[in-house]
Design a protein around this ligand. Structure first.
Ligand code: NAD
Length: 285
């Protein structure tokens, strides 16, 4: 089956980036959300991705306009899913929301349509079990910010077919990303390491080891990470980070117990860049 239209479900931090790179890769895109305001903000953000793409010399004005015209915004999942040849889900990292979404996608899409999840850490096998076509369910883990980050970590569930994996490889290449194909285990490769480092940084902050600036600088210059754990956590979203840790704590054990300080930040609504305040204050900046 030739893939022309990609449906992206969830237009938050990740969904809007995935919609953008898919359109730039030449696909027609439908970006769906249940929240009209979120969809409006996504559209504004996507316009700014195109603007910055032109400014950085990555695309011509004409190409940007063409790609932009390929994106539709929709609140109607049933209608959108009926038109889709390929689906990438980017709803919140909460298993009940994934379950509800995949049950609907299973019902609304044609049998041959692949359903990919952008979960950071959850099991594509479990997510596949919410559908009648687990052979067509796979994880496609994009990174934030999607327009800049080169990798997509692809994870096959127990029932995922080779054919599904090979189609996902083709789609990923067409949208200009590199792939690692890994075996399913909670947290895959990247989230398992990133959650551990990010959580430990919060424990250090709680213990008074250093300021966020000092801890970030130590990790960047001493360990040669491109970005310190607090800067990264604020971009990822501290609520997203906490949900990952809760899942990894449940599945992998004590090493992933969420830091009490991280929990406190999330309770205070300090979620990072998206709320203008996380570990760092972006309003002041
Ligand atoms: P987000 O909170 O920024 O966005 C989620 C969006 O989904 C919101 O706009 C919300 O309105 C929408 N939504 C909620 N329920 C929905 C439904 N039933 N149908 C359609 N839309 C719905 O979340 P995010 O950071 O974009 O994360 C999305 C997924 O991507 C999660 O599984 C997360 O773990 C994963 N992920 C996140 C990052 C990151 O850095 N933020 C990186 C890789 C993967």
């Amino acid at each position: 089956m030739s893939i022309e239209t990609i449906l992206v479900v969830g237009s938050g931090t990740m969904g809007r980036g995935i919609a953008y790179v898919s359109a730039v890769g030449g696909y027609n895109v439908i970006l769906n959300d249940i929240n009209e305001d979120a969809l409006g903000i996504a559209e504004t953000d996507i316009q700014s991705f195109f603007k910055s793409g032109i400014e950085r010399g990555k695309m011509s004005y004409e190409d940007a306009e063409l790609s932009k015209s390929r994106i539709q915004y929709s609140l109607d999942l049933k209608k959108s899913a009926g038109k889709a040849d390929f689906v990438i889900e980017a709803v919140p990292e909460v298993i009940s929301i994934k379950e509800e979404t995949f049950k609907k996608l299973d019902e609304f899409t044609r049998d041959e349509v692949i359903l990919a999840t952008n979960t950071s850490a959850m099991s594509p096998t479990e997510i596949g079990s919410f559908t009648k076509k687990p052979d067509k369910v796979i994880a496609m883990h994009f990174f934030n910010p999607v327009p800049k980050m080169k990798l997509v970590e692809v994870i096959k569930g127990l029932e995922t077919s080779e054919e599904t994996a090979s189609t996902v490889k083709e789609v990923t290449r067409r949208i200009g990303k590199e792939i690692v194909l890994v075996n399913e285990h909670p947290g895959f490769v990247t989230s398992r390491i990133s959650a551990l480092v990010g959580n430990e940084a919060f424990n250090m902050l709680m213990e008074g080891v250093g300021t966020p600036e000092e801890i970030d600088k130590a990790i960047e210059l001493g360990l040669n990470y491109p970005m310190g754990p607090f800067k990264l956590g604020d971009i990822v979203g501290l609520d997203v980070r906490l949900k990952n840790l809760e899942y990894l704590h449940k599945t992998l054990g004590e090493a992933y117990r969420p830091s009490p300080l991280l929990i406190k930040y999330v309770k205070a609504g300090r979620l990072g860049v998206k709320t203008q305040k996380g570990v760092y204050d972006y309003i002041a900046k």
